[in-house]
Ligand binder design. Structure first.
Ligand code: BES
Ligand code: ZN
Ligand code: ZN
Length: 492
């Protein structure tokens, strides 16, 4: 979906006549020359508002000034020292949203204060596109108005590298939109089979190879976890593999694994009905992995990547797996099931152990794995656990740069002891506390000695109220993990 065409221009007479202009203001600097031009045009109204401290340029604040001929949106950037790209993502979203409200097809975002980086330009484009994201396929009356031309004004010369950032920003925004669309879809319209067809379609126009393993193949491979969880559902499970080879032939791949539960009822250990509808987004891990592979291929990243998505519903049907059952996984380890609602780790176990086949450079998994992670970190940061400090530090930095924060929880041996089973190797739940950690301890049995990081996105993949408040996010799926991973991969 392309909403906007972007180009850079000087703020000339033509642009001054655009019905809607947004302009940035730092809290600790004088208004920029272009802002002063606008001020002149509306008889000093901006200066007056700044003087009266009705608007101070604080981060996240904005004010819309409407005169007969002009609509001017002042956007606060906060203090220069603490400025980052994510602020651009937010203000660009505010701008495109306001353009839609005002029904302006063409609009201008002015930021003529400082030189902007490639990451900043990418963030502006992403913000403008994501701000307009609506999951509206089921609305009989859709919002029909879309702004079509956004002019971005910056001080820099329009180099080919900045032009590329506009293009790259759009690629990444489209991938985030893909991830959001998949997570937001009701399970009825996003079964494992439908998802696999989507993966095939994505790869048909790109340098991606997609393979789908059906039940017969899964039985041959000994995927007892994925098959066990799928038993209670009428929908057949599948294992989706997407491969992108942008690196040298012999280079080891980075393997991404995503929990793809298209609906989680809890199974026989059934969930309470309040908010159960939200469990349609238990496929967010897989959605993010699919989006990462799409973005990497479109960006032509010079890396080899594999995306693995074990996909199934978790239902309480007559043949459902039950508490007390013992499952044998792909790597021949066994687990006693004590709660069928702890199903994410059960399907990930097979996928992680299959990942070792690629002799990967590293394994990174995304999963809406535990409610406990929401208790620990809320919706602000994803939980991060793993066996490689260096990788975790790199992800932490990517999180700070992109606004998709991650926070490490410990994976000490004491926790690993909590999931030892009486009758099998391990059990699928621990004691009452440390639910996010015991879940990761379970996963650690399936990664061998490969560098591995697990990201628990239970709290960050979905937003109710929009905390933290970001204009480029709306109620529903966030697409978290795409920005984070692309930043991480670019810095590998
Ligand atoms: N999909 C859920 C976790 C979840 C909860 C994600 C809320 C997003 C929002 C997962 O499969 C689950 O049910 N986990 C259980 C584990 C427990 C039974 C050990 C949980 O967190 O309650
Ligand atoms: Zn569950
Ligand atoms: Zn789940």
């Amino acid at each position: 979906m392309i909403y906007l065409k972007k180009k850079f221009e000087q703020l000339n007479k033509n642009l001054l006549n655009t019905p809607f202009i947004s302009t940035t203001i730092f809290q600790d600097s004088k208004p920029s020359p272009n802002t002063m031009l606008l001020d002149n045009r509306i008889n000093g109204l901006i200066s007056k508002i700044l003087k009266n401290k009705e608007f101070e340029g604080k981060e996240g604040t904005s004010i819309l000034l409407r005169t007969v001929n002009n609509n001017i949106l002042l956007l606060g950037l906060g203090k220069r020292r603490s400025f980052n790209s994510d602020i651009f993502r937010n203000i660009a979203a505010k701008t495109s949203l306001t353009a839609r409200q005002l029904k302006c097809k063409t609009f201008v975002l002015n930021h003529d204060s400082e030189d902007v980086s490639n990451a900043d330009v990418e963030a502006i484009v992403q913000g403008a596109d994501l701000g307009l994201y609506d999951f509206n396929i089921y609305k009989s009356k859709k919002k029909t108005f879309h702004p079509i031309l956004m002019n971005i004004i910056i001080k820099n010369k329009l180099t080919s590298s900045l032009k590329k950032s506009i293009h790259d920003g759009e690629i990444i925004a489209n991938a985030i939109i893909l991830s959001r669309d998949i997570s937001n879809l009701p399970s009825k319209d996003c079964t494992p089979l439908q998802l696999s067809l989507r993966a095939k379609k994505i790869s048909s126009t790109r340098q991606i190879k997609t393979s789908i393993f059906n039940t017969t193949k899964l039985k041959k491979l000994g995927f007892g976890g994925l098959l066990g969880v799928a038993q209670g559902s009428k929908q057949p499970p599948c294992f989706i593999i997407m491969e992108y080879h942008g690196g040298k032939r012999e280079e080891k791949p980075v393997v991404f694994v995503g929990k793809t539960i298209t609906f989680d009822t809890g199974g026989i250990s059934i969930k309470p009905s309040t908010s159960m509808d939200e469990m349609k987004h238990d496929k967010s891990g897989g959605a993010t992995v699919m989006a990462i592979i799409q973005a990497a291929a479109d960006l032509k990243l010079p890396l080899n990547l594999i995306g693995l998505m074990p996909a199934t519903e978790n239902m309480p049907g007559g043949s459902a797996y039950k508490p007390g059952d013992v499952i044998i996984f792909h790597n021949k380890k066994t687990a006693e099931i004590l709660n069928t609602d702890a199903e994410g780790r059960v399907i990930l176990a097979d996928a992680l152990s299959y990942a070792q086949k690629y002799k990967p450079r590293m394994i990174i998994d995304f999963a809406t794995l535990t409610g406990a992670c929401i208790i620990a970190l809320g919706t602000v940061a994803s939980g991060m656990l793993g066996n490689d400090k260096k990788l975790m530090n790199m992800l932490m930095k990517s999180g700070e740069r992109t606004g998709e924060k991650v926070w490490e929880l410990p994976l000490w041996d004491e926790y690993k002891k909590l999931i030892v089973s009486d009758i099998a190797d391990i059990k699928n739940i621990g004691t009452r506390g440390a639910g996010t950690i015991t879940a990761a301890a379970f996963l650690s049995h399936f990664v061998g000695n490969y560098p591995w990081v697990h990201l628990d996105i239970a709290g960050t993949a979905w937003t109710q109220e929009g905390t933290p408040k970001k204009s480029y996010r709306k109620k529903g799926a966030t697409g978290v993990g795409v920005l984070l991973s692309i930043d991480f991969l670019r810095n590998l």
